[in-house]
Write a protein of this length. Structure first.
Length: 594
């Protein structure tokens, strides 16, 4: 009894180390890949075959088909992927997850050659662990630290595998265990056990690893292993099914596609394989199975199921649609799906995409509002108000989402993006507010029949062109987090300030000469304030991209140093300021009417 107790403790310790190593390795691989995961999945999965290849690649990188599938559910719920595109990604993730089984099969290597001894976990794990701890402890590069974590995770995973295998050795001579393994040769029971184990630990890779470690007892036969592997593929669907709770119809259908793919694949295999066995018995089923054999079976099944069902992806979609039928209730797409928080690098990229969409909405609102001052249109004003309301909703959603992300373990680059977004949301939203102010000023002009002189119109056109250009440049810099584009914003903001001062000065001279009214001046002041402050917010966004997100200087300190010539960028700033000033120069006023 005492022996069993200590063996159980050793088994649980090995399982804990195995799962921990898999988690560390997967998350480190994910951080290394960063937001590229979303870019790849969203932009390159236009067809089912492409989606299959991408799902395979992403799962092989992050070592988790469950994570990839939940990501696909989140993307469908957010409108990034269509249901049909997600089908290929799901099938690819099933094949991609087999990579783990091949890595774990190294524990079964036999032989006395140098290469065999080198690649055995008892040798390879300590070597990789030593290299990993050096990279993690003694390098400053984030990329190298992540590689170190990957190696350390691999060491923990392989050591846990070895510990589990060692703790199960005593089962070789236990008659009850041999009988238990034989009972799993019953296809139905084996499938149920495999599905239940995988559903509990939420990882098909981990459950396959446990099965591989059981192979060390010599009691696992092919007849026992095959049904369990089939069940493991079904059990992994539980994660996606749970992840789809509360999602929209297409996201729930995505989870159903995953379930149907694995159930149909297993059902077809059972019917064909065991059906043939009734007439031509499979003699190898009684043979002992190894860890390598498990990897081969796991891969062969998933590749075979994909080859059979990939051309029938439309059938899977129809089955999922029948399971989650349409109703009259209109559903909204989630801008920021919390399911993506499970892969923080992807969630950061998604938040950045939505923030860019918010910036585009603000810039469009200002562009429409400026047109209203020359040709009023009630529908265009309504569109400006709608865009401002949209930016408010974006700001609220992003603020909540980013706060949740801020408490997660992010890479340095992702953390910089997070800080940039947090610091710039209010500035972007305020630009839309100023667009509403311009629209209201245009409405006042329409109602009071205020008309600018031709000279004033020409000056405002130049100012508006400068404002439109700085907004466009800021949005582009924000979209790509481009430091070069961001550096061009501040000198242009200074030009906008100079243009505003010049318009005010010319208005005062015209007012003094009786060429315009005081009422016109009130409207003009509202317009100039909105334009100047919009440019100020553009400057704030650009400075955050340039400095604060990199942890260099506080924004105001940076601007003061830049303008005073203390920074090496000051010469470039002065050159750009002069160029932009000449580009937006006002025509000279008539000499007789200063």
């Amino acid at each position: 009894m005492t022996t069993y107790l200590f063996k159980l403790v050793s088994l649980l310790g090995g399982l804990a180390l195995f799962l921990f190593g898999m988690d560390v390795m997967g998350k480190s691989l994910e951080r290394t890949a960063g937001g590229k995961l979303q870019t790849i999945l969203a932009k390159m999965s236009s067809s089912v075959p492409k989606g299959f290849l991408l799902g395979l690649a992403v799962t092989a990188v992050i070592q988790s088909s469950s994570a990839t599938t939940v990501m696909a559910v989140g993307f469908v719920n957010s409108g990034i992927l269509t249901l049909k595109q997600a089908v290929g990604v799901i099938m690819g993730s099933n094949v991609g997850t087999t990579v783990t089984a091949w890595i774990l099969s190294l524990s079964g290597l036999q032989g006395d050659s140098f290469l065999v001894q080198l690649f055995k976990p008892s040798t390879l794990a300590p070597l990789l662990g030593a290299a990993g701890i050096v990279l993690y402890m003694f390098t400053k590069s984030e990329k190298k630290k992540n590689i170190g974590c990957i190696l350390l995770g691999f060491m923990a995973l392989m050591t846990g595998m070895e510990l589990m295998s060692g703790s199960m050795q005593f089962l070789k001579n236990e008659a009850w265990f041999a009988k238990l393994m034989v009972s799993f040769s019953n296809p139905l029971l084996g499938i149920l056990v495999g599905a239940a184990l995988t559903a509990v630990i939420q990882s098909s890779s981990a459950s396959v690893g446990i099965l591989q470690s059981l192979c060390s007892t010599g009691a696992v036969t092919f007849g026992c292993a095959i049904p369990i592997i089939l069940g493991q593929n079904i059990g992994t669907c539980v994660t996606a099914m749970m992840g789809s709770i509360g999602a929209n119809k297409n996201a729930r259908r995505t989870a159903m596609v995953h379930l149907y793919f694995n159930i149909l694949g297993s059902l077809i295999f059972v019917v064909l394989f065991y059906g043939i066995g009734l007439f031509f018995p499979w003699k190898f089923l009684e043979q002992t199975c190894s860890g390598l054999s498990i990897a081969v079976i796991h891969t062969a099944f998933n590749i075979g199921a994909t080859a059979l069902l990939l051309p029938l992806n439309g059938v899977l979609v129809k089955l999922a649609t029948l399971s989650v039928p349409d109703d009259k209730k209109e559903e909204k797409t989630e801008l920021l799906d919390e399911r993506l928080l499970g892969t923080p690098a992807v969630a950061i990229q998604r938040a950045h995409d939505i923030a860019v969409r918010m910036a585009e909405a603000s810039a469009k609102a200002m562009s429409l509002a400026m047109e209203l001052t020359h040709r009023f249109d009630a529908q265009a004003l309504a569109q400006v108000l709608e865009l401002e309301d949209t930016t408010d909703r974006y700001e609220d959603a992003l603020g909540t989402y980013l706060v949740k992300l801020s408490g997660m373990n992010l890479s340095v680059s992702d953390n910089r993006i997070l800080n940039t977004l947090l610091y710039t949301l209010s500035d972007i939203e305020r630009i839309a507010d100023h667009a509403v102010s311009v629209g209201q000023a245009a409405l006042e002009m329409e109602e009071k029949k205020i008309t600018f002189s031709d000279r004033a119109k020409a000056e405002l056109k130049i100012l508006e062109r400068a404002v439109a250009d700085i907004l466009s440049r800021t949005v582009d810099a924000y979209r790509h987090l481009d430091l070069e584009l961001a550096a061009m914003v501040e000198p242009q903001e200074q030009v906008v300030d100079a243009l505003v001062r010049e318009v005010k000065s010319r208005h005062i001279r015209r007012l003094r000469d009786g060429l315009c009214s005081v009422e016109y001046g009130f409207v003009l002041e509202d317009l100039l304030t909105a334009f100047e402050r919009s440019a100020d917010h553009c400057s704030n966004v650009a400075v955050e991209i340039l400095q604060v997100s990199e942890g260099k200087l506080e924004a105001h300190e940076y601007l003061n140093s830049l303008k005073s010539g203390e920074l090496r960028e000051s010469a470039v700033f002065a050159e750009r300021f002069a160029r932009y000033k000449a580009q937006y120069a006002f025509p000279d006023e008539p000499a007789d009417k200063p």
